[in-house]
Design a protein around this ligand. Structure first.
Ligand code: TXA
Ligand code: MG
Length: 334
């Protein structure tokens, strides 16, 4: 592979951050660590740079990007916040929450996929925050994976998927949360709608807003691509490994133990005894946060052709279970 086509992985030294910030200002793409998943960033005010994001990912231009800001006072330059939005921003930013609001004219049409709204979030990862501040522009960034594949939670995942398409990857260690941000549509503050569940749960949003938050287009069976594009981000087949994934309401250990060895089974916690080589678990103790953190990495690790199928069980309980199950459903969609 010619050197110019191989991505360079940067450590987050002050010198590297300055260099990457300059490259971003000059219109280049930089893969960045965030607390949720790695993103592929460009200057959000530069439509040519943002078009390059779509090209690198093979992403259809109908799927809008999230704009990342470094400070609350940067919100008004790109969006028209209402009181409900400011309430959530003050409570949950910096963090894994994205707000969909009416956009201002400075946001290029390519970023919002031609919609009159824009998705905004203030990330909490310290290196990404430093980079935004140094770049002095908002940064548009979708997850840094080829379109449709599982989101990356390490710099190595990014290199594996996009290493020949991009030149700069900032390594900020494994993502702390491991699932993409919660997205809430607040264009109409009277009718907040959850567009994507994440680490900030629906219950937390409802408590902060003092009203119900609907989850209307919860991807169910039979949602097609066309239908999804009417409501951006509701694309069902998303985050999918190559190996077919089957999600079960409940898995009995006896059935798992009796299963064929060319199929992989992922449990939430480590089973007692010595497990067979086709049995895996997201976390030794099944702790939900740690399950979320290792979900995508585990799917990727088992997606190397060793197994003909990957079986997973739905998460139970509240909190992160809604987001975990949403990603499992999407991974299983064909
Ligand atoms: O955690 C995250 O959100 C990560 C990190 C990098 O910040 N980003 C991410 O971006 O997951 P991406 O592109 O994979 O998902 C962005 C989604 C779109 O697919 C769409 O669903 C939604 O954000 N979105 C963006 N703009 C929107 C808009 N104006 N209206 C509705 N949904 C929008
Ligand atoms: Mg994505």
């Amino acid at each position: 592979m010619p050197k110019s086509l191989a991505a360079r992985v940067y450590r987050g030294t002050p010198k590297n951050l300055l260099r990457l910030a300059r490259l971003l200002r000059a219109g280049e793409l930089v893969a960045v660590p965030t607390e949720t998943v790695y993103g592929l960033a460009a200057n959000a005010l530069d439509s040519r740079a943002c078009r390059a994001i779509f090209a690198a990912k093979g992403r259809p231009q109908t799927d809008p990007l999230i704009v990342h800001i470094g400070a609350l006072h940067d919100l008004e330059a790109i969006a028209e916040p209402n009181a409900a939005a400011l309430k959530l921003a003050k409570k949950f930013w910096p963090g894994p929450l994205t707000l969909v609001l009416p956009k201002t004219p400075v946001v290029p049409a390519v970023v919002s996929a031609g919609l009159p709204s824009v998705a905004v979030r203030m990330p909490s990862h310290p290196l990404f925050r430093r980079l935004i501040r140094l770049a002095r522009v908002p940064l548009a960034a979708p997850s840094a994976n080829p379109f449709g594949y599982v989101s990356p939670t390490t710099a190595e995942h990014v290199r594996h998927g996009l290493g020949r398409k991009i030149r700069h990857i900032l390594d900020g260690g494994p993502a702390r949360i491991g699932l993409e941000s919660t997205i809430i549509d607040l264009r109409d503050p009277e009718r907040p709608r959850l567009l994507r569940p994440g680490a900030i749960t629906r219950a937390q949003l409802e408590r902060a807003l003092g009203r119900r938050v609907a989850w209307p287009r919860r991807p169910g069976r039979g949602k097609t691509r066309t239908e999804a594009q009417l409501a951006p981000g509701m694309l069902l087949r998303h985050y999918s490994p190559q190996t077919p994934v089957v999600v079960h309401r409940q898995m009995s250990l006896r059935r798992v133990r009796a299963a064929a060895k060319h199929e992989a089974w992922i449990l939430f916690a480590k089973p007692a005894g010595r497990p067979a080589r086709n049995i895996f678990w997201f976390d030794a103790r099944g702790d939900q946060r740690r399950v979320a953190r290792s979900l995508f990495a585990t799917l990727r690790r088992l997606d190397d052709g060793r197994f003909t199928r990957i079986h997973v069980e739905f998460a139970r309980g509240n909190g992160l279970a809604e987001a975990i199950n949403d990603r499992l459903r999407r991974a299983a969609a064909r």
